[in-house]
Ligand binder design. Structure first.
Ligand code: 9WN
Length: 432
């Protein structure tokens, strides 16, 4: 099974399916062999988009694994631990989160207590669309998933709308998916942990270590010590940000939820109304007219964080984004600040920002997942040539350097881990 491809594309296709098959544990697909041995939220969602193209049943299993780990309040966790692999040494493991002591956590698996960009409903609808003639299995799956996805969205609307204006806030850089984005430097620096109180394990990877990692862990322990309490989050937690990527994905998934509701015979209207409110709040709160792009809003200072990153453009996914705003985003994407000297789209940080670093994880390198979101956003806005740039650039990166975790935006060399699941999966989605 698979689309009609030329010789080169067909070998890429085969190689990508080998990566995904090798990273399948029997329960879920790990982001990368060795490095991340468990199931991750938005990784699995992206993986499901690739699996949908050749193993639709497993694509559904991938999303089901996340939804089965949902907490009683509707939160879908960003890590679902594989009990058989906890000794592989990923830090922080279940011992940090202590989910098994939380009354609202699932009993069957241990999980983290944070979430990640909620692309789940968007992906579930895409799986359905990719299923041959909308198949019965796929409709059954949507029937099973719909109440869980709706509960996930209710959680975001209730517990995470701390600003009270309709957007969901993230309470940790890990929730953004772009851990060490320069956008988090200021709010993270303002969160002052006590001296290190846990034993650091060596971190054998390119992720931020040292003081930033200490702060990441401390933010979790302080949230955990409150019993992961919504009131604590609202009134005391030091890191609380409304992020354009997270909220644009939330909005795209809310539209998808309305369509899923129609497929399963539920009422789509509340989801349509929610999407309208989200669109209004996104534009009202995160659009920066002076800088002509979206920026995160730090709820603890009440100020926009004015560093343009790949996240600034993800609201292109919004079907009701006004044409002038979409045009401004496109102009910035094509300007010297994002296209400039970079040979490959799309650097994760403004090339002219002092924080830009071509090698440093989410501070400059290009990633298949952000490219894919922007490709989907460009298609949504009818920006065919930008979509082509992202499509061709992403294929070129993989041809040149393989299924790497991320890539140098100037010369396309591969960085981080090899055989990365979302790079393989999103390539399949692009080729299909
Ligand atoms: C923390 C798995 C995850 C991705 C994130 C990426 C990185 C984890 C880490 O790896 O985050 O969740 O250990 O740094 O930043 O986007 O989901 O691939």
């Amino acid at each position: 099974m698979g689309p009609r491809l030329n010789g080169d594309e067909s070998s890429l296709w085969q190689a990508a399916t080998r990566v995904l098959d090798a990273n399948w544990t029997g329960i879920a697909t790990t982001p990368s062999p060795g490095l991340y041995p468990h199931q991750w939220g938005w990784d699995s969602v992206f993986v499901s988009l690739g699996l949908a193209r050749y193993r639709p049943e497993r694509a559904r299993q991938e999303i089901a694994g996340l939804l089965r780990a949902q907490w009683a309040d509707g939160m879908v966790p960003h890590i679902v631990f594989n009990a058989g692999l906890v000794r592989q040494g990923y830090f922080p493991g279940p011992e940090l989160w202590l989910s098994s002591r939380q009354p609202g956590a699932p009993r069957s698996v241990e999980t983290s207590a944070l979430t990640q960009p909620p692309l789940h409903a968007f992906a579930a609808l895409r799986l359905h669309a990719a299923a041959s003639s909308g198949g019965a299995c796929s409709r059954d799956f949507l029937r099973w998933a719909y109440p869980k996805l709706a509960a996930q969205h209710e959680y975001l609307a209730d517990v995470r709308d701390v600003g009270g204006e309709g957007l969901a806030s993230i309470c940790h850089p890990w929730e953004s998916g772009m851990d060490n984005s320069p956008a988090w430097d200021r709010p993270l620096a303002a969160a002052q942990p006590p001296p290190t109180s846990y034993a650091r394990l060596p971190v054998p990877r390119s992720i931020p270590a040292g003081v930033d990692h200490d702060r990441y862990v401390w933010l979790v322990t302080t949230f955990r010590d409150s019993g992961y309490d919504a009131g604590y989050l609202r009134d005391e937690h030091p890191f609380l940000v409304e992020d354009p990527l997270f909220n644009a994905v939330y909005l795209a998934s809310t539209h998808a939820l309305a369509e899923i509701a129609e497929v399963v015979g539920a009422d789509p209207v509340p989801h349509r109304e929610a999407a309208e409110r989200l669109h209004d709040a996104l534009v009202r709160r995160l659009w920066d007219d002076e800088q002509r792009c979206f920026h995160p809003l730090d709820l603890r200072t009440g100020k926009l964080i004015r560093v343009a990153t790949a996240a600034s453009f993800v609201p292109l996914l919004d079907p009701y984004l006004s044409a002038p705003m979409a045009r401004r985003l496109a102009d910035l994407m094509l300007s010297a600040r994002f296209a400039g000297a970079a040979g490959y789209p799309m650097p994760t940080c403004d090339l002219q920002a002092s924080a830009f670093d071509r090698a440093a994880y989410w501070r400059g390198p290009t990633w298949a997942c952000t490219n894919w979101l922007l490709w989907a956003g460009a298609l949504q806005q009818g920006f065919g040539s930008i979509a082509d740039l992202l499509y061709d650039g992403t294929l070129r990166l993989v041809r040149q350097s393989g299924f790497r975790e991320f890539f140098d935006p100037f010369d396309g060399s591969g960085r981080g881990s090899h055989d990365y699941s979302w790079t393989a999966a999103l390539l399949l989605d692009l080729l299909a």
